[in-house]
Each structure stands twice: as structure tokens, then as C-alpha cells.
Design a protein around this ligand. Structure first.
Ligand SMILES: Cc1cc2nc3c(=O)[nH]c(=O)nc-3n(C[C@H](O)[C@H](O)[C@H](O)COP(=O)(O)OP(=O)(O)OC[C@H]3O[C@@H](n4cnc5c(N)ncnc54)[C@H](O)[C@@H]3O)c2cc1C
Length: 344
């Protein structure tokens, strides 16, 4: 084992919600260590560089550290700088580039196995009394499941518009990512066709971009295909299928941006014995304490929502850490009271 001391908490995942759990632990005087297979807030690192959060800065704050910006909604750089500052301010113990590969044991005596994701891939082991799993929802993209999806022209992420100038681009999806990618690519001179299986945009589309895309649709500047699915992706075309009539047509195409969301990997939770719903991938946990059905194993952040990543995000997931630490502290107080004969 690396080091002789046992951690009070091992937190797997140093995204905003893992950080919030680390801060809550630090404030309660608990010895917590965070592990991330990438850098701090690696999910945010992968955001498109020019994105704007739908949340205002105050709703992304953790640990009461003010997130002050000089305009309405923060962008990626501001959020990255903010979470770095929080980690520094609370002197969080973060092991970056160290993936947690296995957790054995039970409450009070867990053993974590890790592997460094840079360098020589060194492996380590750590003891921890409890484990918080905050591994997020960006493990794998929701696939379209159609022939041709593995072609290099199909992207499940979008970062910037330049590669799509003067190109025929199909954007698939109905949420913020699809809308933002469409608008940016359109403005950078790409020919966008917007394809969505439903007959309207997702409810959560940011109110300040909705009129923009709707105007582009109504003016025909971005052709929209409602109630349509991709049937096949060929080297130079995409075959579209009308959901209601089943009719198909084929359009010229250079790139497909499949903005169809991401899903979590509940593998680590399952390996620890936590019940995870087969269909929704939602782990079994008590919403008051965030403890799963395995004693001493907690979930935090968007992972707790299973496949429905729109239900938990930073705004609400940032409060999970406090619940977890409250539960731990109350448990300790109760245990001390029993030991000393004082009623808790
Ligand atoms: C473009 C975009 C815009 C968004 N805008 C907003 C917004 O405005 N407001 C909002 O509230 N939310 C927003 N979200 C959602 C938000 O990013 C997520 O809800 C948030 O990242 C969840 O935080 P988390 O800490 O639960 O998980 P994550 O941020 O995903 O962090 C999980 C971490 O766990 C690490 N990890 C995974 N497995 C392991 C392992 N085995 N060992 C070690 N580390 C591991 C990952 O590397 C990752 O760093 C947006 C998302 C996107 C994509």
C-alpha cells in the first residue's frame, strides 16, 4: 500500500462534483484524496473552446468560493480557472492522471488499486474508510447504431467550426450541443442540415440561442429535418429516414456531427456490489445521504442520474458532497456517543 495511513475518503473523479465533495471533507477536517484519470475537471477541458455555460457563475460555485465574472454566463476558460482556484484554495489532495481500476473491501477498510495514465503506467494501492464515486457521465458517446457510423467523418464531439467551412455537415440531436454546433458551423460557412428524431428542440435549449436557431430554420438557412433518423452513412452521403412514414432520401454529406449525448460507466460501482439498474444505469442510493446500497460507498454528481445526464449537472450535483460528509460526520458522532455512553 502507498503510505501507511488510511484515508477517511477516497474520491474517484475530480470533476466539479468530486471537487465539491473534497471541499466538504476538508472543511469537516476529514482526510480526503481525489483521483482523476485525467487532469482536474477533465470533462470541462473537453468542452468546445468557445462554449458558454447555461448556468450563471454563482450556480457553479463550490465551497462558497465566489465565482465572479464581468458578464452574464461564464465560458470554459473562466470555469477551468475557477475550479483550479478552488482546488488550490482548499489545498485539495488531487492525484491527477491516476485512474482507479479496482476497489475491494468494505466500509472502514477499502483498498483502491490505481494506475497512472501517463508515464510508465505505475500502479498504486491506497486504503480508505469510505469511497465516493464521482466519475461523471462522459464515458462513451450514445451511438446512432447505423451502418457507416465508424467512418472517420462521423464525430461524437464538436470543438470548433473551422474544419467545416465549405463542407456539407449533418448535425444530429436536439439539445444545446447540436444547436450550438449548427449555429457555429453555419456562421463559419458550413452547409448544415439539422436532423432530429423529435418534432421540436429539447426543452433545455438555452433561451438565448433558441430564437437564433429557430430563425435560421424558418429562413431555410439551416434546413431542418424533424422526426427523422439517420439510416446509413456512406462515404459521400447520408441516408435519412422519416420516422413516421419510413420513407428515405439521400443527401450529399462530408461530415456528421452526432451530438447525441454521452453515457456513464457504472462498471466501478457494479464491481463493488452496488446495484445499478440495467436499463437506466441509475445506481441504487439514498438521496438524503448519497450512500449506495453498499455501506460506505457513495455516489456524487451526474453519475447518480444514470443515463439521464440532463437531470443532474453541476448546479445540483455540487451539493452531493455536503450530504455525504454530513452523513459521515453524524455517523462518527453517533459512534462516539455509543462508545462514551452519551446519547447521540
Ligand atoms: C458543453 C457542455 C456545457 C455544459 N454546461 C453546463 C452548465 O452550464 N451548467 C451545469 O450545471 N452543467 C453543465 N454541463 C454539464 C456538466 O459538465 C456536468 O454535469 C458535470 O461535468 C458533472 O460533474 P461531475 O463531477 O459529476 O462529473 P465530471 O465533470 O464528468 O467528472 C468526472 C471525472 O471522473 C473522472 N473519472 C472517470 N472515471 C474515473 C476513474 N475510474 N478513475 C479516476 N477518475 C475517473 C473523469 O476523468 C472526470 O474528470 C455542461 C456539459 C457540456 C458537455
Amino acid at each position: 500500500m502507498d503510505g501507511t495511513s488510511q484515508l477517511d475518503l477516497a474520491i474517484v473523479g475530480a470533476g466539479p462534483c468530486g471537487i465539491a465533495a473534497g471541499v466538504a471533507a476538508r472543511r469537516a477536517g476529514l482526510d480526503a484524496r481525489l483521483f482523476d484519470r485525467g487532469p482536474l475537471t477533465s470533462s470541462l477541458v473537453d468542452y468546445p473552446p468557445y462554449m458558454t455555460f447555461f448556468s450563471s457563475a454563482d450556480r457553479l460555485e463550490v465551497g462558497g468560493v465566489p465565482f465572479v465574472i464581468d458578464r452574464g454566463k461564464p465560458g470554459r476558460e473562466e470555469a477551468l480557472a475557477y475550479y483550479r482556484r478552488v482546488a488550490e484554495h482548499f489545498e485539495l489532495d488531487v492525484h491527477q492522471y491516476e485512474e482507479v481500476t479496482e476497489v475491494d473491501g468494505e466500509k472502514g477498510d477499502f483498498l483502491l488499486s490505481t494506475r497512472e495514465t501517463r508515464g510508465e503506467g505505475a500502479t498504486h494501492r491506497y486504503g480508505a474508510r469510505v469511497v465516493v464515486v464521482a466519475t461523471g457521465a462522459f464515458h462513451e458517446a450514445n451511438r446512432l447504431g447505423v451502418p457507416g457510423e465508424d467512418r472517420p467523418k462521423v464525430k461524437h464531439y464538436y470543438d470548433e467550426p473551422q474544419p467545416y467551412w465549405d463542407q456539407d455537415v449533418v448535425v444530429v440531436g436536439g439539445g444545446n450541443s447540436a444547436v450550438e454546433a449548427s449555429l457555429e458551423v453555419y456562421r463559419a460557412g458550413g452547409r448544415v442540415t439539422f436532423v432530429h428524431f423529435a418534432d421540436e428542440l429539447d426543452e433545455g435549449v438555452k433561451p438565448w440561442i433558441r430564437p437564433d436557431i429557430e430563425n435560421r430554420f424558418s429562413k431555410g438557412e439551416i434546413p431542418v429535418r424533424w422526426r427523422t433518423r439517420i439510416q446509413e452513412i456512406t462515404a459521400s452521403t447520408v441516408v435519412l429516414r422519416d420516422v413516421d412514414t419510413g420513407e428515405t432520401d439521400e443527401i450529399q454529406n462530408d461530415w456528421v456531427l452526432a451530438m447525441t449525448g454521452w453515457r456513464p460507466d457504472p462498471g466501478l460501482l457494479r464491481s463493488m456490489g452496488v446495484t445499478v439498474d440495467e436499463e437506466t444505469r441509475e445506481p441504487a442510493f439514498d438521496p438524503d445521504t448519497m450512500e449506495t446500497d453498499v455501506e460506505g460507498v457513495y455516489v456524487a454528481g451526474v453519475l447518480a442520474a444514470g443515463d439521464d445526464a440532463n437531470r443532474i449537472f453541476i448546479e445540483n450535483g455540487r451539493h452531493h458532497g455536503r450530504k455525504i460528509v454530513k452523513h459521515l460526520v453524524e455517523g462518527r458522532e453517533a459512534a462516539t456517543a455509543v462508545e462514551t455512553g452519551v446519547e447521540a
